[in-house]
Design a protein around this ligand. Structure first.
Ligand SMILES: [Fe+2]
Length: 336
């Protein structure tokens, strides 16, 4: 047997006992697809059983681009009987971005852990090894500052220059813990994020990190944004051609859905967008569906795109300086 199973069991135990705080007698739904590395599902199921809760493993089909956010009706109905959901699909983000799941969170009938599109490597190394207690506290402090801001401005050495009003939009902390009904976290984790005001983001995004469904880029992609939507996609790579096709052909894929700041000091730069978007000081900007973030724009896709070495300002405060996260304490005290 592969000795790596030791690391898999350790992560599963952390997730079930601490991050989700599963209690005896609870029902835990583990959602997979044919791209899931099943060692994760089985280790999580074992950890659930070890505390006298009950698991059900559900297998859904591989989703193509047109249906990336759709669970199956059987899974949607089954989730009504679950206390906890763990999304382990390898080919899509449906357990995270499904509107059925969002409705169950909003009704405080479910809590969840997103591990969609993550590999066994992501499950056991890098960001998985962070100190989640301190990460969560920092996320809460950053969110408290973010909630007071009215405007966000993101720039980067590669040429990103994006602005948007944000006042009143919900700030979401995903820093590992989801212990109460209605909460959601991811694993590995470590970000604070928000939907910019719909139809109002303006500027340029130059994506130089990995992109959901497209992977690591051969060369940067430049997106022009006007009234909250991508109006042009420029780049010489095959990934630029794919992204242009998605933006032009998939409903609402042009929508600017999310701006997130990574906080995890252990996340590596390894070309995996789920690992890198949580990386401390990276920003990710997402296209497509914004329902999870409190919006009403539905799309079959939610595509995170990583931007390296960003500078982020909220109103007059410097939040990230060329990839260095300014500590919330420093911002509170100096208003830098
Ligand atoms: Fe995010």
């Amino acid at each position: 047997m592969n000795p790596r199973v030791i690391d898999v069991v350790r992560s599963a135990d952390l997730i079930i006992r601490q991050l989700l705080a599963v209690k005896p007698g609870e029902q835990v739904a583990i959602i997979c697809d044919p791209h899931t590395e099943m060692e994760m599902a089985y280790a999580l199921a074992g950890a659930v059983e070890s505390i006298e809760a009950e698991y059900t493993i559900l297998m859904m089909p591989t989703r193509q681009t047109q249906r990336k956010n759709d669970l199956t009706p059987i899974i949607e109905k089954g989730l009504a009987a679950a206390d906890c959901m763990i999304g382990l699909t390898g080919a899509c983000g449906a357990p995270t971005y499904s509107s059925t799941v969002k409705a169950l969170y909003d009704a405080k009938r479910l809590r969840g852990m997103s591990m969609v599109m993550r590999t066994l490597d992501n499950f056991t190394s890098g960001g998985a090894l962070a100190g989640y207690g301190s990460l969560y506290r920092e996320g809460q402090r950053l969110a408290a500052l973010w909630e007071k801001a009215g405007h966000i401005h993101v720039t980067s050495p590669a040429g990103t220059d994006l602005e948007a009003p944000i006042a009143g939009e919900k700030v979401i902390v995903e820093c590992g813990f989801a212990t109460e009904p209605g909460l959601e976290a991811a694993f590995s984790d470590g970000e604070v994020s928000q939907m910019p005001r719909v139809d109002q983001a303006e500027g340029i995004i130059v994506v130089d990190g990995p992109v959901a469904h497209l992977g690591q880029l051969d060369s940067p992609i430049t997106l022009e944004v006007h009234k909250g939507r991508v109006i042009s996609v420029k780049g010489a790579s095959r990934q630029a051609d794919e992204l242009r096709w998605i933006v032009e052909n998939i409903e609402n894929a042009a929508n600017i859905a999310e701006i997130g700041i990574g906080l995890n000091p252990m996340s590596r730069r390894n070309g995996d967008f789920e690992e890198e978007k949580k990386g401390r000081g990276n920003v990710h900007i997402a296209l497509g569906d914004n329902v999870f973030y409190g919006g009403k724009v539905r799309s079959p896709v939610h595509m995170d795109m990583v931007v390296y070495a960003p500078t982020v300002r909220m109103d007059e405060s410097l939040i990230v300086d060329r990839g260095q996260v300014i500590s919330p304490e420093e911002i509170e005290h100096t208003g830098v």
